[in-house]
Design a protein around this ligand. Structure first.
Ligand SMILES: Cc1cc2nc3c(=O)[nH]c(=O)nc-3n(C[C@H](O)[C@H](O)[C@H](O)COP(=O)(O)OP(=O)(O)OC[C@H]3O[C@@H](n4cnc5c(N)ncnc54)[C@H](O)[C@@H]3O)c2cc1C
Length: 346
């Protein structure tokens, strides 16, 4: 395993950085304030062929490895975590359809998702089941050539903005083997949207409830086998943990960089903040936590890229990187003092 980026990765990282500075940074705050999905940014991501980063070229994707995918998500997260989250979520159904879907599903849905013609969503959580995902209650009953869905899903990122939803529902009473995965399209009869959540942050990445009332989904939209849904969800979430780890890393890195620059320029007691040892120690702790988070994220991606077991390390990477993001941003707010509490650029 190399700790160095390849020339292609360096080039892509630089391209993303320039893109973020020119296309995302000038507009994202406005979208956040309006709580509006930044469609125009996604149009531009599509032009850069970034909507289907890990999907094979054959189905319209960029066929990047996971290490490079994580690098792009990290870079985007430095400028707009909400964009990175929505982008990684549209990747989840792609990963699932590519791994478990049949040729017809790949032709019909995967291509559109990977080419960014349509946006995807992943719907597992329900009001009564979060960590205990296998406790989901949305019912899926076979009727002729259709499956009838009834139930309410929640916390669906890209809700209402997406056209293709990967929905998990219960096909039998068996807790884990009774769950199946379905592709549901926006506009299908009996499929509607519930409330849009008000969140603490990530305002431009929508989070909605989905409501299914006798929604008839064609039987051909079953992904994998009936009863394979839980396995599919867990596999997809293993990959999702790497990208959320990478996103957390981007957030932490940006907070660290901003705090370090502020500490150099802010003067108190006749010195810059960066000359006080207490501040230096905070910055050193922040930098150290970011480095060990990066090692875990990179290792998880490396294992995945080499088809080695990566589930455990991906969970560690997500836990450590997201805890790091919390700790580093908290310390950054501290270094900014009162200004850290204000929503304003310095
Ligand atoms: C911004 C955002 C976007 C999201 N996007 C999606 C999406 O696109 N699709 C989707 O399906 N879901 C999505 N989710 C939902 C997310 O997956 C759930 O929030 C997560 O699974 C946790 O479930 P929960 O919120 O119900 O918490 P709970 O499961 O109720 O957990 C509450 C607390 O209890 C702890 N806990 C739970 N079980 C145990 C235990 N056995 N022992 C000790 N502690 C425990 C948890 O760690 C947590 O601290 C999103 C959530 C957010 C906030």
């Amino acid at each position: 395993m190399s700790f160095l980026l390849t020339e292609e990765q360096k080039h892509l990282q630089e391209t993303i950085r320039k893109f973020c500075i020119s296309e995302i940074a000038p507009r994202i705050q406005e979208y956040e304030e309006k709580e509006e999905f930044p469609r125009i940014i996604f149009e531009k991501l599509r032009e850069l062929s970034l909507m289907g980063m890990i999907t094979p070229e054959k189905y319209g994707g960029a066929d990047l490895d996971f290490s490079t995918y994580a690098l792009v998500i990290e870079e985007l997260s430095k400028y707009a975590l909400s964009v990175a989250v929505s982008l990684s979520v549209t990747g989840l159904p792609q990963n699932i359809i590519n791994t478990f879907g049949n040729e017809e599903q790949k032709e019909t849905y995967l291509k559109d998702l990977a080419m960014g013609k349509k946006l995807g969503a992943f719907s597992l959580s329900e009001p009564g089941s979060g960590s205990d995902a296998a406790g989901l209650k949305t019912k899926a009953e076979h009727k002729g050539a259709y499956t009838i869905l009834n139930g309410t899903k929640c916390f669906v990122t890209n809700g209402k903005e997406a056209e293709i939803y990967l929905v998990f529902a219960r096909t039998s009473e068996d807790k884990t083997k009774g769950i199946s995965a379905f592709i549901v399209e926006k506009g299908m009869k009996g499929f509607s949207f519930g409330k849009k959540e008000k969140k603490m942050a990530l305002q431009s990445s929508p989070t909605l409830e989905l409501i299914f009332k006798d929604c008839a989904v064609p039987e051909k939209n079953l992904v994998g086998k009936s009863g394979q849904g839980f396995q599919i969800a867990m596999q997809a979430l293993d990959c999702g943990r790497i990208t959320i780890g990478a996103a957390s890393l981007g957030l932490a890195t940006r907070a660290f960089e901003e705090a370090r620059e502020y500490a150099k320029t802010r003067t108190q007691f006749g010195k810059s903040l960066s000359q006080f040892q207490a501040i230096q120690m905070m910055l050193a702790d922040m930098a150290t936590a970011i480095e060990y988070s990066r090692l875990l994220v990179q290792k998880a991606a490396f294992l995945k890229d080499h088809s080695l077991p990566f589930s455990k390390i991906a969970s560690m990477a997500k836990t450590v990187a997201s805890d790091t993001a919390m700790q580093v941003t908290t310390k950054a707010v501290q270094i900014f003092g009162g200004n850290g509490y204000l929503q304003r650029k310095f």
